[in-house]
Design a protein around this ligand. Structure first.
Ligand SMILES: CC(C)(COP(=O)(O)OP(=O)(O)OC[C@H]1O[C@@H](n2cnc3c(N)ncnc32)[C@H](O)[C@@H]1OP(=O)(O)O)[C@@H](O)C(=O)NCCC(=O)NCCS
Length: 184
């Protein structure tokens, strides 16, 4: 399965995160509190040790086939600019998406480009039937990314998560294999 961890888009390469990415990872997570507010398991401040634990989890997920996390890199530079992950529920042939980009790379449409490549990977290589994602209501940019990538709004899940001491609502979006095949 490891050989599958390499995707290419017009501007980006998606491949396996490595130890060499961890210094950049830590800098991005400490650049602002948005990562901690919008994602799970991201303390603020973020320590090197947190990133090392994350990489271990990432490697275990790939080896077991339960989750696939890609380093997002600009084509020519190769430096880590973000992460996108697919977390599988195998019995239902579905996966949940999680993602982030370093702040300097927001607003360039990179995430929308990334999502389309990951859908292709999920539906063709992993033979998934459904890919879904949620975002907190305080993070509408993420919802906009899901819309731009062709995901369909499925609903508002009330008080779905207990995050930073509060029960928070999320919006959920999804794309089905049959719909992706008809638009790709
Ligand atoms: C979410 C995230 C990946 C978006 O990255 P990005 O590079 O800004 O994404 P894009 O440029 O492709 O698109 C963002 C869209 O949201 C819109 N947007 C930005 N801020 C917004 C806001 N406050 N309200 C509504 N829309 C907003 C932008 O205008 C753009 O839409 P447009 O192209 O129609 O103008 C990035 O902000 C990030 O990594 N945030 C921190 C981690 C995170 O939130 N991850 C997602 C958890 S669900």
């Amino acid at each position: 399965m490891q050989e599958l961890i390499h995707l290419q888009t017009d501007r980006l390469i998606l491949d396996r995160p490595t130890e060499k990415d961890l210094d950049d990872f830590v800098v991005y997570m400490n650049s602002c509190e948005d990562f901690s507010k919008n994602l799970f398991n991201i303390p603020f401040p973020y320590k090197r040790e947190n990133a090392e634990n994350w990489l271990e989890m990432c490697n275990k997920g790939i080896e077991s086939g339960e989750s696939f996390r890609f380093a997002i890199r600009e084509n020519e530079i190769g430096k880590l600019i973000g992460i996108i992950g697919l977390h599988l529920t195998k019995e239902h042939h579905k996966a949940e998406l999680g993602y982030w980009l370093g702040k300097d790379f927001w607003g360039k449409g990179y995430l929308t480009e990334t999502l389309k490549a990951v859908f292709q990977f999920g539906f063709k290589d992993l033979q998934l039937n459904k890919i879904y994602a949620t975002h907190f209501l305080h993070n509408p940019a993420s919802g906009r990314v899901m819309q731009k990538a062709g995901m369909e709004f499925e609903g508002l899940l009330k008080q779905e998560y207990f995050h930073h001491g509060k029960f928070l609502d999320v919006n959920r979006y999804a794309v089905l294999k049959k719909d992706f095949e008809s638009i790709s």
